[in-house]
Ligand binder design. Structure first.
Ligand code: SF4
Length: 441
C-alpha cells in the first residue's frame, strides 16, 4: 500500500518594517516554499513562527518585541530575524525562550534554525516555486533590492551598524531578477536600497554581461537597462549627487518614471552637518531647478525631521523657506526620535517634543498647500495610470508621481474601469491635497 505522504511542516511568518525588510521576508518565504514547507496564515496552524523584526526607531523596537511576545503566546516556537535581531540581548532579555535570533539578511541561518525545529519535508513532490519567487506585494508591482547596507554614518541612524557597509548585488543578478519579475506579470519595479545612487561603488562598478551586452554595476547603467524591460521603474532612496543628473534625461525620455525619492531630512547646512547627511554640501535648490528644466514632469518625494538636537527656530525657518523654493511634490515629516545606539543621542541642545511637533505641523501645512496646488495644476491633463484595486464604484490607480503605500492615488469613479495591473489612459478631472480624480479618456 502506498504510504500516505506526511503533511509538510507549516511555517507562520510575521514581517515588520520597511520595504527592505519586506524583501528579506520574500527571500526567506521563497526558500521555505522551495524546500517544501507550507506557509501558515495563522499562529495556531503553524509548526513554528518566523518573526522578521525592525529596529530602526524605538517605536519599531517595541512593536517587534510585542510581535515576538504574541507569537510566543499563541504558538510557542519562534525564530527571530531582521534588524532587531542584530541586538540579540534586547530580544533575549525580554523573550528568553525564542528558538533562535539572527540579524538582517541571514537567510541561511534562519533556514538552519527552521530545519532544526521543524525538519525539512522529505516528500519529493515539492510545490514548484514560481520563477519570480514568493512576493508579499500585489502581483503587478514588486520591490527590487539592489544592495544591502550603507557607507554613510548619519548621526541619527543605526542601520550601518545593523546591516553593515554597502554591499551591492551585481548588475547581472539584479537584471535577471527584474526580467523574471516582468515576465511573471510585474508592471512596476520599485528600486530600493539604503542609498540607490551609491549602487556599485563597493564593486568598483564592475562590468558584467546581461543579454550579451556589457553593463557596469552602476546607477545609470541599471536605470537604463531596467527602463528597457517595458515596466515602470521607480527609483527610491537616491541622494542628490552630481551623477544623479545623468538619469534625468532617461526620465524625460520616458524610459524611467519621472520620480525621485530623495530623503533630504533638512535644509539648514548646520543641521545637515550635525546629521552627517550624504551630499550635505550640495546646492540642492540649484540641482532641483536644473532637473526640472530637463524634465518638467519630475515628481520629487522626500522625508524630513523636525526637532533634531540643536535645531533652532532659524534653522527650521530655513527649512520652510527651502521647501517653498523647492516646491517638492510629495513630503513626509517626522519629529526626531532618539534611537538607542545612535551618535545623535550625544548631541547637546535637545528640542522639546512639543516644539518638534509644532514645527512638524507647520511644515506639513506648507507641504499640503504645495501639494494641493501642484495636483490642481494637473486637472485637464492626460495621464497613464496603473490600476491597484477595483471595487463596485470604480478603480483606485496610481500615476507616475505616486509610489504605492506612501504617495497619493488616482480615483476613477467608473465601474468596470480595468483590473489590477492594467494601465489606463485617463484625463484628470479633480484633485485634493494628495489625491487625484480622473475618468478614462
Ligand atoms: S544614508 Fe544615512 S540614514 Fe540612510 S541608511 Fe545610510 S546612514 Fe542611515
Amino acid at each position: 500500500m502506498a504510504r500516505k505522504p506526511k503533511a509538510p511542516p507549516r511555517i507562520g511568518f510575521v514581517s515588520l518594517g520597511c520595504p527592505k525588510a519586506l524583501v528579506d521576508s520574500e527571500r526567506i518565504l521563497t526558500r521555505l516554499r522551495a524546500e517544501g514547507y507550507e506557509v501558515s496564515p495563522s499562529y495556531e496552524g503553524a509548526d513554528l513562527v518566523v518573526v522578521n523584526t525592525c529596529g530602526f526607531i524605538d517605536a519599531a523596537v517595541l512593536e517587534s518585541l510585542d510581535a515576538i511576545g504574541e507569537a510566543l503566546d499563541r504558538n510557542g516556537k519562534v525564530v527571530v530575524t531582521g534588524c532587531l535581531g542584530a541586538r540579540r540581548e534586547t530580544i533575549l532579555e525580554r523573550h528568553p525562550t525564542v528558538l533562535g535570533v539572527t540579524g538582517p539578511q541571514a537567510y541561511a541561518e534562519v533556514m538552519e534554525t527552521v530545519h532544526a525545529h521543524a525538519p525539512k519535508p522529505h516528500d519529493p513532490y515539492l510545490d514548484l516555486v514560481p520563477a519570480q519567487g514568493i512576493r508579499l506585494t500585489p502581483r503587478h508591482y514588486a520591490y527590487l533590492k539592489i544592495s544591502e547596507g550603507c557607507n554613510h554614518r548619519c548621526s541619527f541612524c543605526i542601520i550601518p551598524s545593523l546591516r553593515g557597509d554597502l554591499a551591492s548585488r551585481g548588475i547581472e543578478e539584479v537584471m535577471q531578477e527584474a526580467e523574471r519579475l516582468v515576465k511573471a506579470g510585474v508592471r512596476e519595479l520599485l528600486v530600493i536600497s539604503q542609498d540607490t545612487s551609491a549602487y556599485g561603488a563597493d564593486l568598483r562598478y564592475r562590468t558584467e554581461f546581461w543579454q550579451g551586452q556589457p553593463l557596469q554595476t552602476r546607477f545609470l547603467d541599471l536605470a537604463r537597462a531596467l527602463g528597457g524591460l517595458g515596466a515602470w521603474v521607480r527609483l527610491h532612496y537616491v541622494y542628490p549627487y552630481p551623477h544623479v543628473d545623468d538619469v534625468i534625461p532617461l526620465m524625460a525620455a520616458g524610459q524611467v518614471l519621472p520620480y525621485l525619492d530623495i530623503p533630504f531630512q533638512h535644509a539648514s547646512p548646520r543641521i545637515l552637518r550635525l546629521m552627517r547627511r550624504p551630499a550635505h554640501a550640495e546646492d540642492t535648490l540649484a540641482r532641483i531647478r536644473r532637473w526640472r528644466e530637463t524634465c518638467p514632469d519630475l515628481t520629487l518625494r522626500s522625508t524630513f525631521i523636525t526637532g533634531f538636537p540643536g535645531e533652532t527656530e532659524a534653522d527650521f525657518q530655513m527649512l520652510l523657506d527651502w521647501l517653498e523654493e523647492a516646491q517638492l511634490d510629495r513630503v513626509g515629516c517626522f519629529t526626531y526620535s532618539p534611537v538607542a545606539g545612535a551618535a545623535a543621542n550625544e548631541l547637546p541642545d535637545p528640542v522639546e517634543p512639543e516644539v518638534a511637533e509644532e514645527r512638524q505641523a507647520r511644515f506639513m501645512e506648507a507641504a499640503a498647500r504645495i501639494s494641493a496646488a501642484k495636483l490642481a495644476a494637473k486637472i485637464g491633463r492626460r495621464m497613464r495610470v496603473l490600476v491597484d484595486e477595483v471595487g463596485p464604484g470604480g478603480a483606485v490607480a496610481r500615476g507616475p508621481g505616486d509610489a504605492p503605500e506612501i504617495d497619493g492615488v488616482v480615483r476613477i469613479a467608473e465601474p468596470g474601469a480595468g483590473k489590477p495591473g492594467d494601465f489606463l489612459d485617463v484625463v484628470i478631472t479633480g484633485s485634493d491635497a494628495y489625491d487625484l480624480e480622473a475618468m478614462r479618456s
